[in-house]
Design a protein around this ligand. Structure first.
Ligand code: UDP
Length: 389
């Protein structure tokens, strides 16, 4: 690593699939800036899925810590990962460390950079559900990372407000938009160029659920709703790419595996998943990233959670919070399948998450800090602020 010029390295920590998707555009944007070099550290929290995404975006990891979270208790996982990342930082001596989101890997990366005294940037800063117990441990991770970071890349004005409320220095917060839109656009354009059929099949419902707080009884109730929708609408097909976690796959397969028009598969590669979103009439999910992507593709989203840290999509009317009550889920799905104008209102598209240029902004700001500049003046800050919806 000796020839990298220590002051111009930006080390990007990637643990899980969503981190890989949201960090990939940043790695690419850093890579095309003269004088900067991204160093990609893969923790191994999710393994195959991350490799697949890095490959999709033509990125090679520089470090692979081979860590699998399922084998360790949460606290031990953070400590062990943080030790390993600190070891890499000591060897590489980057000028900036970037972590994304709210995972164990992001928290461990943040601790490690604090321990090594390396400037920390947080991509997708400022999301809050307002409840430390839900989602757990993500909400707690976000709050702690915000206290450790020196650069906060907020995807929306609401996220910026959340950080200000917690006393974060205003000049350290940058409103960039969400890098998920950058990734989505790149992949969606690629699908369009290939001419792959992405026409809306009015009657395909795409479902995903994986969050820890959905496991067990809530997931069984979601499955009951899906079975009811299947029985009520013979022209509807349900497509459910299952999260690899056995807690999810076993429950769903037991409940829905025998139904004729429920297609259960393993997790889809990102390209195939974006194609599936484009083909779906509507999407049921507890995922954070999909709440951001689906509206940008003009797909109504019913959020299988009791609360969301993404209130912007609710305010815009392109997503609705439906929880895990089977009756409520079936009611909301039926409304969209039967009432064309209700469907059209939610499917009109529009995204509060920016213009697909978030990664470039993050790369520019990181470089400015490495160059010893302060970033941008207030006037430039106003100019780079992404337009929403
Ligand atoms: N995704 C994917 N394949 C799948 C399911 C999801 O590539 O089979 C993508 C999806 O497009 C989104 C991200 O994975 O960008 C969301 O990941 P997940 O739901 O696991 O995590 P969250 O966003 O809730 O943190």
């Amino acid at each position: 690593m000796a020839d990298h010029g220590a002051r111009r390295l930006v080390l990007c920590v990637i643990g899980t699939r969503p981190e890989a998707i949201k960090m990939a555009p940043v790695v690419r944007a850093l890579g095309v800036r003269p004088g900067l070099r991204p160093i990609v550290l893969k923790t191994g929290q999710h393994d195959g899925a991350v490799d697949e995404i890095l490959e999709t975006f033509g990125i090679e990891a520089d470090f692979d810590l081979g860590f699998l979270s399922r084998r360790a208790a949460l606290e031990r996982a953070v400590r062990e990962l943080s030790d390993s990342i600190a070891g890499v930082l000591a060897a590489v001596r980057p000028g900036v460390v970037l972590v994304q989101g709210d995972t164990t890997s992001a928290l461990a990366g943040a601790w490690a950079s604090r321990r090594r005294g390396v400037l920390l940037g947080h991509v997708e800063a400022g999301l809050r559900s307002g409840n430390l117990r839900a989602p757990f441990p993500e909400e707690a991770n976000r709050v702690v990372i915000a206290q450790l970071a020196a650069l906060h890349f907020a995807p929306t004005a609401e996220a910026r407000e959340n950080l200000l409320r917690e006393g974060i220095e205003p000049a350290s917060i940058w409103l960039t938009g969400n890098t998920v839109i950058d990734a989505l656009r790149a992949v969606s354009d690629r699908l369009d160029q290939r001419g792959e059929s992405c026409q809306t099949e009015r009657r395909t419902i795409l479902v995903t659920a994986h969050r820890r707080d959905s496991w067990g009884a809530p997931l069984e109730r979601i499955c009951r709703a899906v079975a009811e929708i299947h029985d009520r609408y013979p022209d509807v097909e349900i497509r459910w790419p299952l999260h690899p976690n056995p807690c999810v796959a076993e429950t769903v397969t037991r409940a829905l595996g025998a139904l004729a028009r429920v297609r259960l598969t393993g997790p889809l590669p990102y390209l195939a998943f974006v194609a599936a979103m484009k083909q779906a009439a509507l999407i049921l999910t507890d995922s954070g990233g999909i709440q951001e992507e689906a509206p940008a593709l003009g797909k109504p989203v019913l959020v299988l959670r009791e609360e969301t840290e993404r209130p912007e999509v609710l305010a815009l009317g392109v997503a609705r919070l439906v929880g895990r009550d089977p009756e409520r889920i079936v009611h909301e799905v039926s409304r969209l399948l039967e009432d064309e104008s209700a469907y059209a209102r939610m499917a009109r598209g529009g995204s509060p998450y920016g213009d697909g240029q978030a990664a470039q902004r993050i790369a520019r700001i990181s470089q400015a800090r490495l160059d010893g500049r302060d970033g941008f003046s207030a006037a430039v800050q106003a100019r780079i602020t992404p337009r929403t919806a």
